[in-house]
Design a protein around this ligand. Structure first.
Ligand code: SME
Length: 165
């Protein structure tokens, strides 16, 4: 059984180092991309304070993201590339940090409670194949430390997991 260490009281850089270590441990020995996405979203949702959603979208066809494993309320299933924060992250091939979703034109509100969002692309061999999306009910929840930390988590997930069939 996996027993997460309590890391909630650590300063952000240390918190993210610990979370990265926990994710590496959790995924060691398993390469199934769906199982690993499920456990990655569960760990993030458990460990990171003040989230209301954490999960994955995958590019099942070139122009469209489809919902993957997540924690939180049921969410929009399909998002076109270029639409919303998730579609913007795919189009840019870079993370998108939104301090207040009300200020992001085209934000897709799956849960009206969401006020800030961090979307990190999943990249293999230079190609984006999905995103890791975190939502918070608090404006300004995510900062540069969170972005760097979650980019590292995404890289750990990609390295551990075989490509989606
Ligand atoms: N807010 C996202 C949609 C996905 S949900 O947050 C789970 C967006 O604008 O792309």
């Amino acid at each position: 059984m996996f027993a997460p260490r309590s890391i909630a009281n650590l300063a952000k850089p240390e918190f993210h180092r610990e979370l990265a270590d926990q994710l590496t441990g959790l995924l060691t020995g398993e390469s199934d991309p769906i199982a690993n996405a499920a456990n990655t979203s569960a760990l993030i949702f458990e460990a990171m304070p003040d989230l209301n959603w954490a999960g994955f979208y995958f590019l099942r066809t070139p122009g469209e993201l489809v919902l993957g494993p997540f924690q939180g309320k049921p969410a929009c299933v399909r998002i076109a590339v270029g639409r919303g924060v998730c579609g913007a992250a795919v189009e840019r091939g870079a993370s998108v940090l939104v301090e207040d979703v009300h200020d992001f034109p085209g934000h897709i509100a799956c849960d009206a409670a969401s006020r800030s969002e961090l979307v990190v692309p999943l990249i293999r061999d230079g190609k984006v194949f999905g995103v890791l999306d975190l939502d918070s009910p608090s404006p300004g929840r995510f900062d540069g430390d969170d972005q760097a930390g979650v980019e590292r988590l995404a890289a750990i997930y990609v390295a551990a997991s075989s490509p989606l069939a």
